[in-house]
Design a binder for this molecule. Sequence first.
Ligand code: TYM
Length: 331
Amino acid sequence: MENQKKVLFSGIQPSGYLTIGNYLGALKNFVKLQDQYDCFYCVVDLHSLTISQVPAQLRQNTYNLIALYLACGLDYKKNTLFIQSHVPAHCELAWALSCYTMYGEARRMTQFKEKSAKHPENINVGLFSYPVLMAADILLYQADLVPVGDDQKQHLELTRDIATRFNNKYSPTFVVPEPYIPSKKDGARIMDLQDPEKKMSKSDNGGAVMMLDSPDDIMRKFKRAVTDSGNEIKYSTSKHGISNLLTIYSAFTGKSILECEKEFEGKGYGEFKIKVAESVIEGLKPIQAEYARIIKDKQFLEEVIAEGKQKATYASYKTLRKVYRKIGLIL
Ligand code: TYM
């Protein structure tokens, strides 16, 4: 019988250690949705090349990320866990789709502007066409749903526009995917602990809490977290630091923001920060233990990667052939 489940696709770049932002914004939902959907979880190594990488480190980060997917509880038999560069169809479809993406659309992407500003010495063409490769990732698998953090919303909108344009020009070819983004209070955009007006990011170690940080490091980072001059533990758009900490605490304990506010009524920032750190340490403990076990088992990781490659290759070529046929290429 045909698999009736809807399809889910998402990816994470192996461009460093993952933060609790990556976890709350995306990875946690990967785990939550894995039974409901037919899921493709990709390590998007080709996307990482848009920023300068140390080759040996990129290789290690790729293994680390597969191990982390597994450690979080993603089942590699039920889902397809794979490495983007192992499936050439991603680049092939990206080229075709780039001819249906307007220069003006790509130029408007906020992430392109931000990353160009951050790395002015390396504004490469890959950075510019990055969202087209991302559209190819998603459309190749006919994904219905794409769980991501808030920063990827604009890329998802572009993907939908490209798919709709292609479908209208030829005939229905791609499923037009829906984003799955948590609410702000559920972690759509976790902010940097040192600069709570800036998104927490893999590349900024100071204010970013990594999923594999030691309990001591986690505690230290939270103790040093920037708050504000007030003393109330309340969620508010004017209290970036405290709101961010409340979001993290709420996500790791499963309590609502309101419950968290009540719990800390009349308490000081110092005590609150320690409690937040403890909730994160506790929440990450089982993942870290699993990770430590899995990362040592290279043979198992190779097996997971090989199986993912096979399943993803099979699924992707169906779409690629359909696209090539429709646009007039000889198969
Ligand atoms: P990447 O690797 O930067 O981030 C992985 C996921 O984590 C989310 N995220 C956050 N969520 C909440 N708070 C934060 N501070 C935070 N930082 C990151 C991101 O939104 C993302 O969901 N372009 C993507 C990778 C990608 C992809 C795809 C995703 C490539 N192809 C296809 C989905 C579908 C990226 O750079 O993610």
